[in-house]
Design a protein around this ligand. Sequence first.
Ligand SMILES: C[S@@+](CC[C@H](N)C(=O)[O-])C[C@H]1O[C@@H](n2cnc3c(N)ncnc32)[C@H](O)[C@@H]1O
Length: 533
Amino acid sequence: MNIVEKLHSDSTPSGNAQADNALWSQPNKFARPPGIEVNGASVTIHGYQEFEISPRNIRPRPMDQPLRRKKKLAQVFFEPDFLAGKTVLDIGANGGFFSFWACQNGARQVVSLDMDKAYLALIREAQAVLGWRRIRPIHAKLQNWQEPADLVLAFAMVHWLYSCTANYGSLEAVVAKLAGLTRSILLIEWVAPDDAAILGFKHTEWNPGVDKAGYNVEAFEGALRQHFHKVEAIGPTSATRMLYACRRQCHEVTLHPHLPMLAPAEQVISSRCLCDYKETKYYSRVYAEASTDRIIKQTTLGLALHEAEILKRLQGEYFPRVVSAEQRSGYSVVIMERIHGAELAESLAEVASSPTRLAAFLREGLAVLSQLRIAIVRHRDIRLENLWVRNGHPVLIDFGWAETEDEAYLSPGGLGGLERIPEGPTCDVYSMGRVFEQIIPQNSKLFAPLLDRMLDPEWARFEPITELEQILGNLSLPEKWDVPLVFPVPRHAAARPGAQPIRTGVLAAEAARFWKRCRGYYRKVFRPSRPSR
Ligand SMILES: C[S@@+](CC[C@H](N)C(=O)[O-])C[C@H]1O[C@@H](n2cnc3c(N)ncnc32)[C@H](O)[C@@H]1O
């Protein structure tokens, strides 16, 4: 344990009866009591998490709406194709819902970490009933754990770690610790300062002496971006909680057996399952070719060939050049030019160095749309990660799902990602607007007239590119930014400001019960024993 870790693990008070009985030593004190029911090969777990599990199924019980919501939002990270061969660290595993789910869907090994022995005993017992062996229940505090994993889960943990059961004292320190444990992806739930649990138990108010950065969403998102390559707000888990997915690596590499390897593993740039559509799973793998100027893209069925056909309609520096393409048995391959540049997300400071520099880049973004229209191509998956920057200019990639106006193509559900228009078929103008929104510094209103137009769903469908060019041309832009260079975190429609908060009857009733319990406890235990620092 290094000195910082030691400080964090030692600083919660202990050693007297009152402290041993306090929230920081018994974090589940006010949750539903833990319990287990075994019925043949099925198990029901009770407590903070309420769920039922059998060898092939797992489902939250109806009373546990937050768990249902988390399951729905986290689904893509629990797909068997995604989990195959991966290790998982479930921090604050509690009854083990996410550990069991990951194990059921093929994770190689799962560590269920919790400081509460009673819950770990439930996990052990349930695992024995199911006859599984890949879950390691570990009784430890997060601050004393050093072993990294591919997928790390930190649901409903950040407020505990900040200054209650651990004492990182700043969101930056909490996120740094979690990033150090994450090889690939961290799923983390933000718990806002006005959350009922925090208002009741004051998790964040302990040890004010070490609270350096403040407990707020700006500091949280800032820390995520500092430590991760890519950060996305996936969606709200309640009115005051939000789930984020944070990636350490630029590309996902899952070496699944569904596509034969065309080159040694060291040459694989990315490899993943794209989607499950009409009972066919579509996979993609990209290799660096021996020549540094080309990549090989291999995809299920005719997807790569289709991409090549679409790209042949588009010429110029905004689109990758195709060298060759062919159909093979069960998959197709396209060899195309390698874009020597960087993802747009990594080039924000350069592209948005000043309002006029950004305006020039946005103008080229509109030119990309205009060329698509001339070629009567709809990309349908314009999103931040599909735009690259080469010598300061945009390049649009990934035409696998594109279609022409005269010929429809496959339309899997997730097309368009976070940038998709809220309703109806995809719309390239709207999606480009969502990309623009992410590269304009947060709080700057300089480009509002352009964004307002592009993000008006009805209007965007008319594809008014000439008018957009005029709006952009008419903006009077200062030489320097009026705001700091901070960029917004991309959000799903449901996670955007102004989206309807999730309030269910169950949540409201739980909050009321919670308040009742917490008022008494807070008066009795916390006030008299409050540490001086
Ligand atoms: C609010 S529950 C969240 C459970 C689960 N992650 C979920 O979202 O459904 C917090 C859990 O984290 C555990 N916990 C709190 N602080 C911890 C720490 N510093 N180290 C390890 N476990 C901790 C608690 O015992 C509890 O089971």
